[in-house]
Ligand binder design. Structure first.
Ligand SMILES: *Cc1c(COP(=O)(O)O)cnc(C)c1O
Length: 371
């Protein structure tokens, strides 16, 4: 206590449902484990549900998956640090890239390690996070195709992470047209690129609303699988569990207190708070969890309970009509930001529940991707 409880059966259901629905659109799923810090239990459930490969943003997490014996293809989904290329080549089969210098360093590292490393080149489509500008894609692909021990697998894009730019027919068609152009100019004997990875969970609304897939044949999904919602408007996805993950906390103080502070007011540790509305006396409880462990704005409390504020180690609640006694448990549904911070806090216990069965279907071996 406090603890995060992850129901692997519900996550299996979410992953399998999305894998099945996307398959009907010709799209494979890369299961993203970063929100659970590269948890091997999560990875095994995703593989069992039919994801064709795994992805994580941090090399430490990918190394954790390898140490747990997971031999599926794993993609590093954040551009590799040039200082880490040896670790990247050792643990990841594929990485998403945008910088020619980094790709050259990956090639050198792969030669040293006598391995091949797959590259998906990320294209900027307007969200202004990672990506090569569309006009530079052709020459970048041409140069990386010449590098030893590098396999060019295809193009990718990522939207809705920095500026909330939504995937739509226009930006996805841009990626498809680029893929066609790269293939057409690749020379008579080059096979068409195998992967066009259109984006993340924020692409699901576009897919399910009947978007034109064009060349898009892969999505990288984390949030939709874990939380059962789409990230553009945070609406539940029909047929998915939105309660697979719970944060369980303990009450350490429970008192009737005035709702309005008194004395001379200035800043707190976390800036200038909004002055609470005067509601007279309330049932106030304190939970043993704080900013260090969770994003307090990202917690959905149970009915009738309101979050009033948080400091480093305390979360203050108005428990409404009922007093929550000291020692009692209160659980919350976390949003993505809250989940990420909980999973990263060493003070939060992580409990996986459900039948976490090892994968029955081992996805394609890496050699199938890298040639
Ligand atoms: C985090 C991330 C994803 C997964 O995003 P979700 O919204 O959790 O599905 C996919 N691709 C990249 C590059 C990412 O950084």
């Amino acid at each position: 206590m406090p603890g995060i409880e992850i129901d692997l059966d519900k996550i299996f259901h979410n992953a399998k449902t999305l894998v099945t629905r996307l398959k009907a659109h010709g799209i494979s799923v890369t299961g993203i484990t970063k929100a659970c810090c590269g948890s091997p239990q999560l990875a095994k459930v995703l593989l069992r549900a039919g994801v064709t490969s795994l992805g994580d943003s941090r090399i430490e997490n990918i190394e954790r998956l390898r140490e747990a014996g997971i031999n599926a293809a794993i993609t590093l989904i954040r551009s590799p640090m040039i200082s880490q290329v040896d670790r990247v080549v050792a643990a990841a089969d594929i990485s998403l890239n945008t910088e020619p210098d980094v790709i050259r360093a990956l090639s050198d590292a792969a030669q040293k390690a006598r391995k091949r490393h797959g590259i998906i080149l990320m294209v900027e489509l307007g969200d202004l996070r990672e990506g090569v500008m569309p006009c530079d894609v052709e020459k970048t692909v041409q140069s990386l195709r010449k590098l030893p021990n590098i396999t060019f697998l295809g193009l990718g894009a990522n939207l809705a992470c920095r500026n909330g730019v939504s995937p739509d027919n226009r930006n996805m068609a841009k990626l498809s047209v680029l893929a066609d152009h790269i293939d057409a100019t690749a020379g008579a004997f080059a096979a068409p690129m195998s992967v066009v990875s259109g984006g993340n969970s924020s692409n699901l609304n576009w897919v399910f609303a009947g978007g034109k897939m064009g060349r898009i044949n892969n999505l990288r999904l984390g949030e939709a699988i874990l939380l059962g919602c789409e990230p553009l408007h945070r609406q539940a996805i029909t047929g998915l569990h939105t309660d697979a993950i719970r944060l369980i906390t303990e009450v350490i103080e429970s008192k009737t207190k005035p709702s309005k502070p008194w004395g001379t007011l200035a800043q707190t540790a976390f800036g200038t708070p909004l002055l609470p509305r005067d509601e007279g006396d309330i049932f106030q409880s304190i939970l043993a969890i704080g900013q260090q462990d969770v994003d307090p704005d990202g917690l959905y409390p149970p009915m009738g309970i309101k979050i009033l504020g948080a400091s480093s180690d305390h979360l203050v609640l108005n428990t409404g009509d009922t007093k929550a006694p000291v020692g009692s448990e209160i659980s919350f549904r976390p949003d993505y930001a809250a989940l990420l911070r909980c999973m990263t806090s060493p003070y939060i216990d992580k409990a996986y529940i459900g039948k976490a069965i090892a994968p029955r279907i081992i996805p394609q071996p890496v050699s199938a991707f890298l040639g």
